[in-house]
Design a protein around this ligand. Structure first.
Ligand code: SF4
Length: 228
């Protein structure tokens, strides 16, 4: 609304949720432009500033709401990116309140590298996706770099949160375990093979199922069925 800063939006589209525990659910995606990280295997280079292929349109929160509402027969929306939590907070809060008032179930996908606690009460379901060494996005140890911020996400109830690890290498598996151990994490864990070089069989073989038996191995299913 008037006075609220606009967003940089890469795209808004209807598809099915292809990743994680809510896989298969018909969902409107709002993809925000820009991210604080630079994962080398990011599958959304069009939403990043440094890749040379990034693109966005400037949209006010009201325009975004109206685009979401225009899709019929779904009341599920996913805020994704890029990194949605670094969009202007006042605009995000306005948008999520409006969508909640219209009956939407709202999910969000974040790296967990930033925290906007005002959003915690409004978002129904959080996907927090820490990064392993193969992403080449942190200097130094990936666990030390991420655990202090990730700890803040432990405030969310288990039913409203999943930690999702994109895994390309055996080292990524070790990183994921060290992150979970460092957090003392108990809750939903999704292991997602990296889209080009990830190997689900490797993950299946080396994951410590005795220690984290509830983890789920789920690939990007929307790509399997040919959806965006
Ligand atoms: S955090 Fe996500 S959006 Fe950002 S660069 Fe990494 S994979 Fe891409």
């Amino acid at each position: 609304m008037q006075g609220l800063p606009s967003f940089r939006i890469n795209e808004i589209f209807l598809s099915v949720q292809g990743e994680g525990l809510h896989v298969g659910e018909r969902t409107v995606f709002v993809r925000f432009y820009g991210c604080v990280l630079r994962c080398v295997w990011c599958d959304q280079p069009e939403a990043l500033t440094h890749t040379g292929v990034g693109e966005y349109v400037q949209m006010g929160p009201e325009q975004v709401r109206d685009r979401v509402l225009a899709y019929p027969s779904t009341r599920r929306v996913c805020l994704t990116g890029g990194e949605p939590v670094v969009a202007p907070t006042a605009g995000l809060l306005w948008l999520v309140r409006e969508l909640k008032a219209s009956g939407y179930w709202i999910s969000i996908e974040t790296s967990g590298a930033r925290v906007v606690e005002e959003l915690f009460e409004w978002i129904d379901f959080w996907t927090v996706a820490p990064k392993g060494t193969s992403a080449e996005t942190f200097e130094g140890d990936v666990v030390e770099a991420q655990v202090p911020t990730l700890r803040r996400y432990l405030a969310l109830p288990d039913s409203r949160r999943q930690f999702k690890f994109v895994i390309q290498t055996r080292e990524d598996v070790s990183d994921a375990i060290r992150i979970l151990d460092g957090l003392g994490y108990r809750g939903s864990v999704v292991l997602q093979p990296e889209h080009e070089r990830g190997d689900g069989r490797l993950i299946f073989e080396v994951w410590p199922w005795d220690r984290y038996p509830e983890a789920r191995l789920i690939p990007q299913t929307h790509k399997i069925v040919g959806l965006h």
